[in-house]
Design a protein around this ligand. Sequence first.
Ligand code: GLU
Length: 477
Amino acid sequence: MVRVRLAPSPTGTLHIGTARTAVFNWLYAKSQNGVFLLRIEDTDKERSKPEFTQNILEGLQWLGIDWAEDPVIQSERVGQHRDAIQTLLDKGLAYRCYANESELATMRDAQKASNQPPRYDNRHRHLTAEQEAAFQAEGRDAVIRFRINDDAEIHWNDLVRGTMRWRGGDLGGDMVVARRAPADQIGDPLYNLVVVVDDAAMAITHVIRGEDHIANTAKQLLLYEALALPAPTFAHAPLILNADGKKLSKRDGVTSINEFRSMGYTAEAIANYMTLLGWSVPEGMEERFSLKEAADQFSFDRVNKAGARFDWDKLNWLNAQVLHGWSSEQLLEVLRPMWIKNGWSVPNNNGWNLELCELLGPSLTLLNDGVEQASPFFECPALEDDGIKQLQSEGAKAAIGHLIDALQAERWTGTDLDQAKTLLGDAAKAAGVKKGVVMKSLRAALLGRLQGPDLLTTWSLLAKIGNDLPRLQRCLS
Ligand code: GLU
């Protein structure tokens, strides 16, 4: 049974990179009839916040990513983590290192001066009992380090990247697995150790995460061996890159799922796009798909090794595809609360609301466009330059005048479109202008400008709430 997990640190809101890792894990789990689990890695006490955990869980739910079992809370498992460290100490595979910060800094400076890569030089690996006692007598605290032999050979078959080989010597020397603490204690256990203990306890079969964790995987494999735990299979997904080909970071602006959501992106489009960030669709499959459809096709041989460039145009295209596929009812459900939040008095008439959604739907890229484009239906738009120019053109005002007269004699209720066409024709004749002039002027009067959705439907919607006549009248005052 395939068991995968997402292991977010609740030190910030749900980030796009974490969301993409979540999507790949979820897709793989579904494709294998396996389970997708969550582990909240909240061991950084200062930076972890419950509201971030909440945000991450809500963001995943919003994206349509569900998980099995209760999320594992890493901080509740510190006893097991300490036990594992004790096991390493007992086996002689870990030891206390008393080197203090200033000694370590001196060591790194010397390495830098001789152009060597920075690494811990394993200086306390073989302390004698007397040496240890002397450091302790000095009152020194110690970190606990796991031994990494330089000649250790590490290899694994990465589901994305194929055979991966590392040498122990490339991992920076003996690795700290517990933070500094008095020498008779075990300090706070650190990431690589904790992840191995937890993944093993959760019986994780496949660890799927970003390629920035590759060196960690090498270290973790040594820990699996040392703790005699079965190692999972690994898959490292490519990084998400910005337009300059650099790793996407906070500096690139929008990176949190929240922000995408508040910009008007749909969960479907985001989940779809996350999948395409690193996975190429098999031949014959459309790039617009649901997560379920992707799960049926998902496999790691279609996950690219190269970084995935973030492409706003593609995301916008997908979002438009999603919105264009929505029914007016679906749109209304999301847009109505947004209209109300804007302080607009939205008519209670459901038919009217649905008609407005039907009118706007095909031109939406973002949900927020459905607020911007709905605005002239709720508040009278100011006349813009092109609208003013149109209303100043020959015969425009006369035509508007005739329309006003006709509407004052008998209001158009907005239902019979043939009647509207007759009104426009009559006004053109009476003002001695082409029908096109009347239509453009009407558009300018109703919307304040010459761009906008279908004119007759627009007029009909405004007529139904009695907003057409005042807008025509303001053009003549
Ligand atoms: N908490 C780690 C992170 O957010 C988890 C990495 C892993 O999947 O092992 O980067």
